[in-house]
Design a protein around this ligand. Structure first.
Ligand code: RB5
Length: 162
């Protein structure tokens, strides 16, 4: 008898602006069969988004978790923090089509949701699309690799920019 595949652990975190939506998405993730790791916040009390983005981004950067979910009001603050970490590609996503392209073309590994600008059904659709869409590879592989290799980038300036 073969044992079932281990559940993928998905860390999720928000500030106060994303707290309510985070709670809802955790239920969705559990129903999808994921092992959800809630990194806070734990209430709607005002808090600072970097306190939650740093621990999650560290996990992804170190390869301890493959994918993660962040939420704040606009998605911007969380993405600024997460994208400072090597190997983290955090995508602010406001539509399922963007989620699909963020996975297919950019191999995004952190989904960042602007909680104040999405309904719950919209967020759920985006989440499912993000998790279910594979990276396309091919020409996108080269481009994604170049994100962290600026020393290999050709000079495309016309020589006039100092
Ligand atoms: C909190 O009011 C808000 O600034 C925060 O959730 C986020 O939008 C920051 O980028």
């Amino acid at each position: 008898m073969t044992s079932p595949a281990p559940k993928e652990r998905i860390p999720i975190a928000s500030d106060h602006a994303g707290f309510e939506m985070k709670q809802k998405l955790e239920e969705v993730l559990k129903k999808m069969g994921y092992d959800v790791q809630d990194l806070g916040t734990n209430s709607e009390a005002s808090t600072d988004y970097p306190d939650y983005a740093h621990p999650l981004a560290h996990e992804i950067s170190e390869g301890d978790a493959k994918r993660g979910i962040l939420l704040c009001g606009t998605g911007l603050g969380m993405s600024y923090v997460a994208n400072r970490y090597p190997h983290v590609r955090a995508a602010v996503v406001w539509a399922p089509e963007i989620a699909e392209l963020a996975r297919k073309h950019n191999d995004a590994n952190v989904l960042v949701l602007p909680a104040r600008f999405l309904s719950e059904p919209e967020a759920e659709k985006i989440l499912k699309t993000f998790l279910d869409t594979p990276f396309e590879g091919g020409r996108h592989e080269r481009r994604v690799e170049k994100i962290e290799r600026k020393e290999d980038i050709p000079d495309v300036s016309d020589g006039e920019i100092e």
